[in-house]
Design a protein around this ligand. Structure first.
Ligand SMILES: Cc1cc2nc3c(=O)[nH]c(=O)nc-3n(C[C@H](O)[C@H](O)[C@H](O)COP(=O)(O)OP(=O)(O)OC[C@H]3O[C@@H](n4cnc5c(N)ncnc54)[C@H](O)[C@@H]3O)c2cc1C
Length: 343
């Protein structure tokens, strides 16, 4: 079934809570609806969204916004250890994870609490606490808006990388609409507790279940991330910059000169480059908790820009983004780039 509404308000469909509209809003419940929708879209500008938790509408959208309500879940026994779960793109990812954890299935529990829908998990390769969607994705079913046919991608076909995939490559942008994602989960116990303080959070528990891990992840997240139900944000706003060794040495020298002591610059080697946590750069630039108008840097996690009062405009969020970029660049010589997609 297809529902089309003109001049639709998108505020409930973006976690930043931007009060913006689109010319048309289309929701559909079955993959086959996409044939008809693609006819209607013929010459219209369009954007398919999920729960709007990684996007910033920078103003009213003069085109059609499409949203999936494909909500079926199919459990496909695979072998004695493994279960394949085929889930509709419109399902809230965290609700699926709760179901899988309750059924004692391992694989998705570290991704608990990430906002958004199943479809986007396969586009974004969402990740947290040492697990990425690609670790459990078996295949992704899509509608190709160019050939107007359905196509199934294996996990390898999706060319996953850090928060990226084939679907985000420039030449494919907006081409594929995800209709179903099949995840490969395990009945055998395989907790992945090596990241952050997950192990400490679970200390004292024996015979750990996926639900224990899920609860621990949610507890840790709630201590540092804003709750999207009460505070608008799109999670991590900036990418962690990857810089060459000369830039890394310059950064260490700058930090040393500024602080007058040997402050360690956190870094993660990546080939012959260094990945630097953007949160640390923002904190080091004195911006943690910074406020301007209705926008702010989240006081517990500087990587997150929030709609602090619920009344921020897209211009205020973009102004905060620019403030962070210029301050970090002026203070530390590192250019940050937004991870959040601007629409
Ligand atoms: C508080 C908070 C915490 C977060 N924490 C994390 C985290 O720990 N790890 C992490 O990886 N991310 C995190 N995020 C970011 C966000 O939750 C993920 O990127 C999520 O996958 C976005 O899902 P969505 O359904 O909201 O997609 P949207 O933001 O609506 O869309 C994201 C992209 O996917 C595309 N898309 C969505 N659905 C479809 C579809 N069916 N077919 C084709 N394209 C589609 C959109 O066009 C867009 O390009 C966080 C966000 C918030 C607000």
């Amino acid at each position: 079934m297809i529902t089309e509404i003109k001049n639709f308000n998108l505020k409930p469909f973006n976690t930043f809570g931007m009060d913006v509209t689109c010319n048309e809003w289309i929701e559909y419940t079955a993959p086959s609806d996409l044939y008809e929708i693609s006819n209607r879209l013929e010459s219209r500008q369009f954007k398919h969204i999920g729960a709007g938790s990684n996007i910033l509408f920078t103003g009213d959208y003069h085109g059609t916004v499409i949203h999936s309500r494909i909500l079926d879940v199919e459990y496909l026994p695979h072998d004695s250890q493994c279960v394949l779960i085929k889930a509709g793109a419109g399902i809230i990812l965290d609700e699926l994870i709760a179901q899988c954890a309750a059924a004692g299935l391992w694989g998705l529990e570290n991704l608990s609490g990430i906002p958004g829908e199943v479809g986007a998990s396969a586009i974004q390769n969402v990740g947290a606490y040492g697990t990425e969607a690609k670790d459990v994705i078996q295949s992704v079913e899509c509608f190709d808006t160019v050939t107007r046919n359905f196509i199934t991608f294996s996990c390898d076909d999706c060319k996953y990388g850090y928060r990226t995939s084939l679907f985000k490559h420039e030449e494919n942008r907006n081409r594929y609409i995800v209709t179903h994602v099949t995840y490969r989960l395990s009945r055998a116990s395989r907790p992945n507790l090596g990241y952050g303080n997950l192990e400490a959070e679970l200390s004292g528990l024996t015979d750990i279940t996926p639900m224990d891990v899920r609860n621990a992840v949610i507890a840790i997240r709630s201590r540092k991330l804003p709750d999207v139900e009460t505070t608008g944000s799109a999670g991590s706003y900036f990418k962690n910059p990857v810089i060459d060794m000369d830039a890394y040495r310059d950064l260490c020298a700058k930090v040393y000169a500024d602080s007058g002591c040997q402050t360690e610059v956190p870094h993660y080697p990546l080939g012959n480059k260094m990945k630097i946590p953007a949160a640390w750069l923002i904190d080091q630039s004195g911006l943690k908790g910074y406020k301007c108008g209705n926008a702010a840097i989240w006081h517990l996690q500087p990587l997150v820009i929030v709609n602090a009062t619920g009344k921020a405009t897209p211009q205020e969020i973009v102004a905060m983004e620019q403030k962070v970029i210029t301050t970090v660049y002026t203070r530390l010589g590192i250019m940050l780039h937004p991870e959040v997609e601007h629409i």
